[in-house]
Design a protein around this ligand. Structure first.
Ligand SMILES: *Cc1c(COP(=O)(O)O)cnc(C)c1O
Length: 237
């Protein structure tokens, strides 16, 4: 039978998700972990709603970088197609209210001011918001997130926000092929999470680390959430 383009897109995404899940499982096994501990977030910046709808039932969440883009996609999103929407890009103060309408979580909290603004908006909306604190573990100036030295202060700031629920930490690995450097950054995030856990007494179960190029190393270093775009949908143009 001749396959329609529809079928081919669907199968490709389905196959790629299966292949990524398989690699996650293999790395988890190597680290003596259960694959079920690791959530798969499909990173959908620049992808069409059509592609996203194919992926959504097979992944744990969708990750979007921009408020405007997410807003326009959600307008076209069919009612009844459930998905968890995670904000993973830098969030500006003036978009906080809009972000709260669109997203289930904000994974990129990188300042006390942003935490307070989210807390205020969540209080007004009478909801709790799950958040991650984003840390710049690579020292690269182009990367978002707070410096590791500021983590305690920011974590304390988030803990002072009654409408925010701090679930863990997030990072983007360094832009390099050097396995040792990448794993070192991920191990650093894991150690920071232990310190914040000790300080706060909270479980902080989420370590969001690992993208298409480095998620297997991230899983070896304890990632509980990988954020994958290219490996699921192909190159971004
Ligand atoms: C784009 C993006 C990803 C996914 O990157 P890929 O290399 O396409 O897997 C993950 N996390 C963040 C924060 C991103 O902006």
């Amino acid at each position: 039978m001749v396959k329609t383009i529809e079928d081919r897109i669907e199968n490709r995404i389905e196959d790629r998700i299966a292949a990524v899940r398989e690699k996650i499982a293999r790395s988890a096994a190597r680290a003596g972990r259960e694959a079920s501990e690791i959530k798969l977030v499909a990173v959908t910046k620049t992808r069409s709603v059509e592609e996203m709808l194919k992926a959504a039932p097979r992944v744990d969440a969708l990750g979007e970088n921009r408020v405007q883009e997410a807003a326009s996609k959600k307008r076209d999103w069919p009612a009844g197609s459930g998905a968890v929407w995670r904000m993973i890009g830098h969030l500006q103060g003036n978009k906080v209210r809009k972000a709260l309408e669109l997203f289930d979580t904000v994974d990129s909290v990188d300042s006390v001011e942003l935490a307070r603004a989210l807390n205020r908006a969540a209080g007004e909306a009478r909801r709790a918001l799950s958040v991650l604190v984003e840390v710049n573990t690579s020292g690269e100036a182009s990367k978002t997130g707070i410096d590791p030295g500021e983590i305690s202060e920011l974590a304390d700031g988030v803990l002072d926000c009654p409408h925010l629920k701090l679930e863990g930490l997030m990072t983007i690995g360094p832009l390099t092929d050097d396995e040792a450097r990448i794993r070192n950054a991920f191990a650093g995030l894991r150690e920071m999470a232990s310190r914040v856990r000790l300080r706060s007494g909270l479980p902080l179960p989420v370590l969001s680390m690992g993208m298409s190029g480095d998620f297997e190393w991230a899983v070896l270093e304890g990632s509980t959430m990988v954020r994958i775009g290219t490996a699921l949908f192909g190159p971004r143009y």
